[in-house]
Design a protein around this ligand. Structure first.
Ligand SMILES: *Cc1c(COP(=O)(O)O)cnc(C)c1O
Length: 466
């Protein structure tokens, strides 16, 4: 090593003149190439700083291959398709609901051209961008009127602000939830300008507790669905019908934050405990809120359904402009809602519902078939096992959905290393790691993706893609 090891660092100009780098400059902008070269030199410098020698790192072949890899990575989008082998249908980190083909197509067409977003083609006059989704939301909720914003968190803020700013909102202590990503009911309340009036206790809140809290400044009674946790044991919560009756008696509107928002009853499929969005409206709630991309299976949105006068007040709130949906989301949401014209068809076709309701026998059959293919690969042992999965996305927190998984153990690779190779491969695969094994649940892997999954596993094992 020379006296000053930093002298051995290659120079930017020399690296730019390496033949492969010169060639790369025909395909990548100069700034990107220079950036990749500089990043590479920084990397070498940090190796020296940590006391390592550059042996091997600084030879031209190794340098160029790393520079080219950096360039390719910088040219590729960071958002990439993922094969979801976790079995978690509403995986927030993987984008929650995948859209139905018709919804994805609607978003694509809206994206790449013009559309009648705020124009009535009959009259040529300006119209509301909410119009196309109103009918569909009315159909699934039974509500008089409807609108939608960017997500259910935004829906909560705008509803509280439009209907209760400067007033008190009565909520049970058992429902002061945090949804994740710092969505806490008390904080949302503060942001909206309404004052939280907590009543009852964590496990017991009776209707009398709400009634005692009602005063001249009460603006709303609110029920929040405890989507992502359950209070068990000695518990009691006032029902939405009781809240509605109390609200009527005192002339106070009732808001139901239903959260996950199932449009069809999933109980027959062994998925109990999620409110069906029409129930709140049927019980007489004035406003019901729910997410577009949880159990509805549509794009990210916060849907607000309820009494016409209240929806009008919400739409007049200045935040409506800030929270409004973009054209792609509106198009996808309208298309998703259209699928619910036939609820039985929606269960079969909306990907989220189809995956949640896949019969166990069908999953087992697919797993057995796929396991058979994997067994032909060397250096791994493959088993098909019964397991449980969760719905995710803050829905059905205590419902362990029976499922079937393919458990893979590797002879020469740790399960963590295998999972990392799968994640960073192309396509990326996210599986579960448990107890020394990598578990593949095919529930959220579409049938037409099985070949891709097989090839990705082969690639992660260092096998040529089959
Ligand atoms: C998920 C959820 C929210 C937040 O919905 P986003 O669409 O994720 O913003 C709000 N309230 C309840 C009860 C929820 O379950």
């Amino acid at each position: 090593m020379p006296d000053n090891p930093f002298r051995s660092l290659p120079k930017v100009s020399d690296m730019l003149d390496l033949p492969a780098v010169v060639e790369a400059r025909t395909r990548h902008p100069h700034a990107a190439v220079a950036d990749a070269v500089r990043t590479e030199i920084d990397h070498l410098r940090s190796l020296i700083q940590s006391g390592q020698s550059l042996d091997g790192h600084a030879d031209p072949a190794a340098l160029t291959s790393r520079i080219l890899a950096r360039l390719e990575a910088s040219a590729a989008p960071q958002l990439r398709p993922v094969l979801n082998a976790t079995g978690i249908v509403l995986h927030t980190n993987l984008g929650r609901s995948p859209l139905h083909e018709s919804a994805a197509t609607a978003a694509y067409q809206a994206a790449r051209g013009y559309l009648n977003l705020e124009m009535s083609l009959d009259t040529g006059k300006r119209s509301s961008r909410q119009n196309p989704i109103r009918d569909g939301v009315r159909r699934i909720t039974g509500a008089e009127a409807a609108t939608a914003v960017n997500n259910c968190a935004a829906a909560t803020v705008i509803v509280l602000r439009a209907l209760a700013a400067g007033k008190e909102v009565v909520v049970s202590r058992g429902q002061l939830i945090e949804i994740g990503g710092s969505f806490r009911i008390p904080d949302i309340m503060a942001v909206s300008g309404a004052t939280l009036r907590e009543v009852g206790t964590t496990n017991i809140t009776r209707i009398a507790d709400y009634e005692r809290a009602i005063g001249p400044n009460t603006g709303l009674l609110m029920r929040v669905h405890t989507s992502n946790y359950r209070v068990r044991g000695f518990t009691e919560a006032a029902g939405i019908d009781e809240l509605v009756e109390l609200g009527k008696k005192h002339g106070i509107p009732v808001v139901d934050d239903a959260g996950s928002g199932a449009a069809v009853d999933l109980t027959p499929f062994g998925l109990p405990g999620e409110p069906v969005v029409s129930e709140g409206i049927r019980a007489g709630a004035d406003v019901v809120l729910f997410s577009g991309d949880k159990l509805l299976g549509g794009p990210q949105a916060g849907i607000i359904a309820g009494k016409k006068l209240l929806i009008e007040r919400i739409e007049k709130d200045p935040l409506m402009r800030a929270f409004r949906l973009d054209k792609m989301t509106l198009a996808a949401l309208e298309a998703t809602l259209l699928l619910y014209r036939d609820p039985a068809k929606a269960v079969r076709e909306v990907p989220t519902l189809r995956m949640l309701t896949t019969p166990l026998v069908e999953l087992r059959e697919r797993c057995e078939g796929f396991a058979g293919r994997l067994r032909a690969l060397p250096l791994l042992s493959v088993q098909v096992l019964d397991d449980v999965a969760y719905v995710g996305g803050g829905s059905l927190p205590d419902v362990a959905v029976p499922t079937v998984v393919i458990a893979v153990t590797l002879k020469n690779l740790s399960e963590e290393a295998f999972a990392a190779k799968l994640r960073t491969g192309s396509p990326a695969v996210v599986a579960r790691v448990n107890d020394g094994r990598v578990l593949f649940d095919l529930r959220c892997v579409f049938a037409e993706q099985e070949d891709e999954l097989f090839a990705a596993i082969g690639a992660a094992l260092g096998e040529p893609a089959a």
